[in-house]
Design a protein around this ligand. Structure first.
Ligand SMILES: [Zn+2]
Length: 303
């Protein structure tokens, strides 16, 4: 991969490290700019922005499990709350996109300034899909434990992959919009003993809110340091930029339309106004004139 110039004070980036002689895997990411972008694209209400921002930050952390650039990690939450459907897709090279069917959910507050995400998400399931380019994708699903998302992702790792994991996620907003967003994940690797796990649990107790630290200007590099302290012997391995990126294109839309087949495309070509396809992830519309739909219908015959 080409070396990327990263501005540690401003850019959205992800850092990977190990600690305790390689027995802990540590990841931290800042997602402030890409969550701002998601908010603009989808016109998100505060609570919808926090939900999608946390899930996108978590997806970027989890996408580091992927092996190849073409692999995709999808997280979906389906639940019975006001925010009943969230989807995000992330890649190994730090690209993420997301949408919710409920961008304007009403924001409830637990206390002044503290959104009650658990109430807005409600009860439901988290599904993790890892498309590794094999015949079948890997699919794992767990019941939501809190709806606050960080705990739900940790519960997925614990129950589906048997990996003890601690996850922090945060999105901070003010009247003007997104102030800070990001995440941190610490995972226990095989061979770890209970002594280190207990030590980690103690370190996590009373750790400040992640979004507050990010809003104060703490960088992703400093987060594992702050959580684990000098005894952890942190070793930083890699850092990479992350961004909001949608993979849609007119070419892809053409291919999707061709899959409909000649019969359906011929029916669609009867509309003199043509058709418009909408991308949920980036809100771009792709318009096809009646003549273009007719052309596609003809192309579909020879397929
Ligand atoms: Zn798109």
């Amino acid at each position: 991969m080409a070396e990327q110039k990263i501005n540690h004070l401003k850019d959205d980036y992800l850092v990977q490290a190990t600690a305790k002689q390689g027995l802990l895997r540590c990841l931290a990411v800042r997602t402030t700019e890409l969550v701002k972008q998601a908010r603009n694209i989808h016109d998100l209400s505060p609570v919808s922005c926090v939900a999608l921002g946390r899930l996108m930050s978590g997806a970027l952390l989890m996408a580091t499990d992927l092996k190849n650039e073409q692999d995709r990690l999808t997280l979906t939450i389906k639940s019975d709350g006001d925010i009943s459907n969230l989807t995000t897709i992330a890649t190994l090279d730090g690209k993420v996109r997301g949408y919710t069917t409920d961008p304007h959910a009403i924001s409830y507050y637990k206390s002044a300034g503290k959104l009650d995400l658990a109430q807005s998400v409600g009860k439901g399931n988290l599904t993790v899909i890892k498309d590794l380019g094999l015949k079948e994708p890997y699919i794992g699903s767990v019941k939501l434990v809190s709806g606050e998302i960080a705990e739900d992702l940790a519960s997925y790792y614990f129950y589906s992959e048997q990996i003890p994991t601690v996850i922090f996620l945060g999105v901070r907003l003010n009247q003007q919009g997104v102030v800070a967003a990001g995440g941190m994940m610490i995972q226990a690797l095989p061979g770890i003993d209970t002594e280190i796990l207990n030590w980690l649990e103690n370190r996590c107790l009373g750790f400040p809110e992640l979004s507050e630290l990010l809003a104060e200007g703490i960088s992703p590099h400093q987060l594992p340091d702050m959580l684990l302290g000098v005894d952890a012997e942190l070793k930083y391995l890699a850092e990479s930029l992350v961004e909001y990126y949608c993979e849609c294109s007119r070419d892809r839309m053409n291919r999707n339309l061709l899959l409909l087949g000649n019969k359906e495309l011929t029916e669609l070509s009867e509309d003199p106004n043509g058709i418009t396809l909408h991308c949920h992830f980036c809100a771009v519309d792709y318009h096809y004139t009646q003549a273009e739909v007719k052309q596609l219908a003809e192309a579909a015959i020879v397929l």
